[in-house]
Design a protein around this ligand. Sequence first.
Ligand code: DGL
Length: 259
Amino acid sequence: MNKQPIGIFDSGVGGTSIWRAIHALMPKENTVYLADSANAPYGPKGKEAILALSIKNTEYLLNHNCKLIVVACNTATTNAIDYLRQHYDVPIIGIEPAIKPAALKTQTKVIGVLATRGTLSSELFCNATQLYSNGIKIIEQEGEGIVQLIESGRINSTKMTAVLRGYLEPMLEANIDYLVLGCTHYPYLMTQLKKILPKHVKIIDSGEAVAKQTKAVLEKHALLNTAEANPILQFYSNSNPLVMSSLLEDKFKVDYLKF
Ligand code: DGL
Protein backbone atom coordinates (compact mmCIF):
# COMPACT_ATOMS: atom_id res chain seq x y z
CA MET A 1 0.00 0.00 0.00
CA ASN A 2 2.59 2.59 0.99
CA LYS A 3 4.40 2.33 -2.38
CA GLN A 4 1.29 3.66 -4.10
CA PRO A 5 1.85 7.16 -5.43
CA ILE A 6 0.63 10.46 -4.08
CA GLY A 7 -1.66 11.97 -6.72
CA ILE A 8 -1.44 15.73 -7.30
CA PHE A 9 -3.54 17.80 -9.67
CA ASP A 10 -3.93 21.41 -10.71
CA SER A 11 -5.65 23.30 -13.50
CA GLY A 12 -2.18 23.49 -15.02
CA VAL A 13 1.52 23.74 -14.32
CA GLY A 14 1.30 25.88 -11.16
CA GLY A 15 0.70 22.98 -8.78
CA THR A 16 4.26 21.84 -9.48
CA SER A 17 5.15 24.49 -6.85
CA ILE A 18 3.30 22.24 -4.39
CA TRP A 19 4.83 19.09 -5.88
CA ARG A 20 8.28 20.63 -5.22
CA ALA A 21 7.48 21.15 -1.53
CA ILE A 22 6.09 17.61 -1.21
CA HIS A 23 9.06 16.05 -2.99
CA ALA A 24 11.52 18.09 -0.89
CA LEU A 25 9.91 16.91 2.34
CA MET A 26 9.28 13.28 1.29
CA PRO A 27 11.85 12.45 -1.41
CA LYS A 28 11.08 8.70 -1.35
CA GLU A 29 7.41 9.07 -2.20
CA ASN A 30 6.22 8.09 -5.67
CA THR A 31 4.12 10.83 -7.26
CA VAL A 32 1.75 11.32 -10.19
CA TYR A 33 1.23 14.95 -11.21
CA LEU A 34 -1.65 15.86 -13.49
CA ALA A 35 -1.90 19.26 -15.20
CA ASP A 36 -5.29 19.94 -16.75
CA SER A 37 -3.75 22.76 -18.79
CA ALA A 38 -6.14 22.27 -21.72
CA ASN A 39 -8.90 23.54 -19.41
CA ALA A 40 -6.89 26.28 -17.68
CA PRO A 41 -7.66 28.77 -16.34
CA TYR A 42 -10.23 27.44 -13.87
CA GLY A 43 -10.51 30.84 -12.15
CA PRO A 44 -13.13 32.44 -14.43
CA LYS A 45 -15.28 29.26 -14.61
CA GLY A 46 -18.32 28.76 -12.40
CA LYS A 47 -18.45 26.43 -9.39
CA GLU A 48 -20.22 23.61 -11.28
CA ALA A 49 -17.60 23.55 -14.05
CA ILE A 50 -14.73 23.63 -11.54
CA LEU A 51 -16.35 20.78 -9.60
CA ALA A 52 -16.82 18.65 -12.75
CA LEU A 53 -13.16 19.12 -13.74
CA SER A 54 -11.99 18.37 -10.19
CA ILE A 55 -13.98 15.11 -10.19
CA LYS A 56 -12.48 14.12 -13.56
CA ASN A 57 -8.93 14.83 -12.33
CA THR A 58 -9.47 12.98 -9.04
CA GLU A 59 -10.83 9.91 -10.81
CA TYR A 60 -7.92 9.90 -13.23
CA LEU A 61 -5.50 9.85 -10.29
CA LEU A 62 -7.48 7.19 -8.44
CA ASN A 63 -7.32 5.04 -11.59
CA HIS A 64 -3.55 5.40 -11.23
CA ASN A 65 -3.90 3.78 -7.83
CA CYS A 66 -3.04 6.91 -5.81
CA LYS A 67 -3.18 6.51 -2.02
CA LEU A 68 -3.87 10.19 -1.33
CA ILE A 69 -4.88 13.15 -3.49
CA VAL A 70 -3.45 16.66 -3.18
CA VAL A 71 -5.64 19.28 -4.81
CA ALA A 72 -2.74 21.60 -5.68
CA CYS A 73 -5.10 24.33 -6.83
CA ASN A 74 -6.73 26.97 -4.63
CA THR A 75 -9.58 27.38 -7.10
CA ALA A 76 -10.41 23.66 -7.17
CA THR A 77 -10.00 23.36 -3.39
CA THR A 78 -12.25 26.26 -2.51
CA ASN A 79 -14.96 25.06 -4.91
CA ALA A 80 -14.76 21.27 -4.75
CA ILE A 81 -12.95 19.92 -1.69
CA ASP A 82 -16.07 19.24 0.38
CA TYR A 83 -17.61 17.20 -2.44
CA LEU A 84 -14.38 15.28 -3.09
CA ARG A 85 -13.97 14.42 0.60
CA GLN A 86 -17.54 13.21 0.81
CA HIS A 87 -17.37 11.02 -2.30
CA TYR A 88 -13.92 9.39 -2.25
CA ASP A 89 -12.35 7.17 0.37
CA VAL A 90 -8.70 8.24 0.10
CA PRO A 91 -7.45 11.21 2.14
CA ILE A 92 -7.75 14.48 0.21
CA ILE A 93 -5.51 17.46 0.97
CA GLY A 94 -6.41 20.94 -0.24
CA ILE A 95 -4.80 24.35 -0.42
CA GLU A 96 -6.25 27.71 0.54
CA PRO A 97 -4.77 31.22 0.61
CA ALA A 98 -2.72 31.60 3.81
CA ILE A 99 -4.70 34.51 5.25
CA LYS A 100 -4.29 33.41 8.86
CA PRO A 101 -0.48 33.83 9.22
CA ALA A 102 -0.59 37.15 7.34
CA ALA A 103 -3.44 38.44 9.51
CA LEU A 104 -1.65 37.40 12.69
CA LYS A 105 1.69 38.99 11.73
CA THR A 106 0.74 42.22 9.95
CA GLN A 107 1.95 45.43 11.58
CA THR A 108 0.26 47.85 9.20
CA LYS A 109 -3.07 45.97 9.60
CA VAL A 110 -3.42 45.83 5.82
CA ILE A 111 -2.75 42.64 3.83
CA GLY A 112 -3.12 41.87 0.15
CA VAL A 113 -4.45 38.65 -1.37
CA LEU A 114 -3.83 37.86 -5.02
CA ALA A 115 -5.97 34.94 -6.22
CA THR A 116 -8.32 33.82 -8.99
CA ARG A 117 -11.93 34.93 -9.27
CA GLY A 118 -13.04 31.35 -8.50
CA THR A 119 -11.15 31.43 -5.20
CA LEU A 120 -12.11 34.95 -4.15
CA SER A 121 -15.80 34.32 -4.82
CA SER A 122 -15.93 30.98 -2.98
CA GLU A 123 -17.75 30.41 0.30
CA LEU A 124 -14.65 28.84 1.85
CA PHE A 125 -12.57 31.95 1.13
CA CYS A 126 -15.30 34.33 2.35
CA ASN A 127 -15.53 32.40 5.63
CA ALA A 128 -11.76 32.57 6.09
CA THR A 129 -11.61 36.32 5.47
CA GLN A 130 -14.46 36.91 7.90
CA LEU A 131 -12.65 34.92 10.55
CA TYR A 132 -9.42 36.92 10.30
CA SER A 133 -10.57 40.38 9.21
CA ASN A 134 -11.20 41.72 12.70
CA GLY A 135 -9.32 45.06 12.77
CA ILE A 136 -7.50 44.14 9.57
CA LYS A 137 -8.10 45.36 6.05
CA ILE A 138 -7.84 42.58 3.47
CA ILE A 139 -7.35 43.80 -0.08
CA GLU A 140 -8.53 41.14 -2.52
CA GLN A 141 -7.25 41.31 -6.07
CA GLU A 142 -8.15 38.95 -8.89
CA GLY A 143 -5.02 37.96 -10.80
CA GLU A 144 -6.79 38.04 -14.14
CA GLY A 145 -4.56 36.94 -17.01
CA ILE A 146 -1.64 35.70 -14.90
CA VAL A 147 -2.38 31.97 -15.19
CA GLN A 148 -2.75 32.25 -18.99
CA LEU A 149 0.65 33.99 -19.25
CA ILE A 150 2.33 31.28 -17.16
CA GLU A 151 0.60 28.49 -19.08
CA SER A 152 1.90 29.95 -22.33
CA GLY A 153 5.46 30.13 -21.02
CA ARG A 154 5.53 33.93 -20.60
CA ILE A 155 6.62 34.19 -16.97
CA ASN A 156 9.42 36.64 -17.63
CA SER A 157 7.64 38.80 -20.19
CA THR A 158 7.18 42.57 -20.10
CA LYS A 159 3.44 41.87 -20.28
CA MET A 160 3.67 39.93 -17.00
CA THR A 161 5.55 42.75 -15.29
CA ALA A 162 2.94 45.27 -16.46
CA VAL A 163 0.05 43.07 -15.28
CA LEU A 164 1.65 42.54 -11.87
CA ARG A 165 2.39 46.24 -11.41
CA GLY A 166 -1.24 47.04 -12.14
CA TYR A 167 -2.38 44.67 -9.38
CA LEU A 168 0.26 45.44 -6.77
CA GLU A 169 0.62 49.21 -6.94
CA PRO A 170 -2.83 49.91 -5.43
CA MET A 171 -1.99 47.44 -2.64
CA LEU A 172 1.24 49.30 -1.92
CA GLU A 173 -0.62 52.60 -1.86
CA ALA A 174 -2.94 51.04 0.73
CA ASN A 175 0.17 50.16 2.82
CA ILE A 176 0.16 46.34 2.80
CA ASP A 177 3.02 44.60 4.60
CA TYR A 178 2.00 41.06 3.61
CA LEU A 179 1.07 39.69 0.21
CA VAL A 180 -0.68 36.31 0.22
CA LEU A 181 -0.26 34.28 -2.96
CA GLY A 182 -3.64 32.56 -3.33
CA CYS A 183 -2.86 30.57 -6.47
CA THR A 184 -0.29 27.80 -6.89
CA HIS A 185 0.93 29.32 -10.16
CA TYR A 186 2.08 32.51 -8.43
CA PRO A 187 5.19 31.25 -6.54
CA TYR A 188 6.80 31.06 -9.99
CA LEU A 189 6.57 34.87 -10.09
CA MET A 190 8.76 35.39 -7.04
CA THR A 191 11.56 37.13 -8.97
CA GLN A 192 9.20 39.68 -10.55
CA LEU A 193 7.26 40.17 -7.33
CA LYS A 194 10.43 40.94 -5.39
CA LYS A 195 11.42 43.51 -8.00
CA ILE A 196 8.09 45.32 -7.64
CA LEU A 197 7.54 45.03 -3.88
CA PRO A 198 9.68 46.92 -1.34
CA LYS A 199 11.70 44.73 1.04
CA HIS A 200 9.40 45.20 4.02
CA VAL A 201 6.49 43.52 2.20
CA LYS A 202 6.59 39.80 2.95
CA ILE A 203 5.25 37.25 0.50
CA ILE A 204 3.44 34.18 1.84
CA ASP A 205 2.49 31.03 -0.02
CA SER A 206 1.12 27.75 1.26
CA GLY A 207 3.46 25.17 -0.32
CA GLU A 208 5.39 24.14 2.78
CA ALA A 209 2.27 23.98 4.94
CA VAL A 210 0.56 21.70 2.42
CA ALA A 211 3.59 19.41 2.26
CA LYS A 212 3.70 19.15 6.08
CA GLN A 213 -0.01 18.45 6.21
CA THR A 214 0.34 15.76 3.52
CA LYS A 215 3.10 14.08 5.52
CA ALA A 216 1.09 14.23 8.74
CA VAL A 217 -1.94 12.64 7.06
CA LEU A 218 0.17 9.89 5.46
CA GLU A 219 1.69 9.15 8.87
CA LYS A 220 -1.69 9.08 10.55
CA HIS A 221 -2.98 6.54 8.02
CA ALA A 222 0.29 4.52 8.03
CA LEU A 223 0.69 5.32 4.33
CA LEU A 224 4.25 6.72 4.23
CA ASN A 225 6.52 4.98 1.76
CA THR A 226 9.26 3.32 3.78
CA ALA A 227 10.96 1.69 0.77
CA GLU A 228 14.51 2.80 -0.01
CA ALA A 229 14.17 2.62 -3.81
CA ASN A 230 14.39 5.77 -5.94
CA PRO A 231 10.94 7.27 -6.40
CA ILE A 232 8.93 7.05 -9.61
CA LEU A 233 7.92 10.62 -10.50
CA GLN A 234 5.32 10.91 -13.26
CA PHE A 235 4.17 14.17 -14.84
CA TYR A 236 1.25 14.42 -17.26
CA SER A 237 -0.18 17.38 -19.14
CA ASN A 238 -3.06 17.52 -21.62
CA SER A 239 -1.48 20.55 -23.30
CA ASN A 240 2.06 21.45 -24.42
CA PRO A 241 4.32 19.36 -22.08
CA LEU A 242 7.30 21.64 -22.78
CA VAL A 243 5.86 24.42 -20.59
CA MET A 244 5.89 22.15 -17.56
CA SER A 245 9.26 20.58 -18.31
CA SER A 246 10.87 24.01 -18.55
CA LEU A 247 9.33 24.99 -15.19
CA LEU A 248 10.89 21.81 -13.80
CA GLU A 249 14.25 22.91 -15.29
CA ASP A 250 14.02 20.00 -17.78
CA LYS A 251 14.97 17.58 -15.00
CA PHE A 252 11.88 15.41 -15.45
CA LYS A 253 10.05 13.92 -18.39
CA VAL A 254 6.55 15.31 -18.93
CA ASP A 255 4.18 13.14 -20.95
CA TYR A 256 1.38 14.48 -23.09
CA LEU A 257 -1.88 12.88 -22.18
CA LYS A 258 -5.24 13.24 -23.87
CA PHE A 259 -7.96 13.48 -21.24
N1 DGL B 1 -3.20 27.04 -9.76
C1 DGL B 1 -4.60 27.40 -9.74
C2 DGL B 1 -4.97 27.92 -8.36
O1 DGL B 1 -4.23 27.71 -7.41
C3 DGL B 1 -4.92 28.30 -10.89
C4 DGL B 1 -6.38 28.37 -11.17
C5 DGL B 1 -6.73 28.74 -12.59
O2 DGL B 1 -6.51 27.90 -13.47
O3 DGL B 1 -7.28 29.83 -12.79
O4 DGL B 1 -6.01 28.50 -8.16
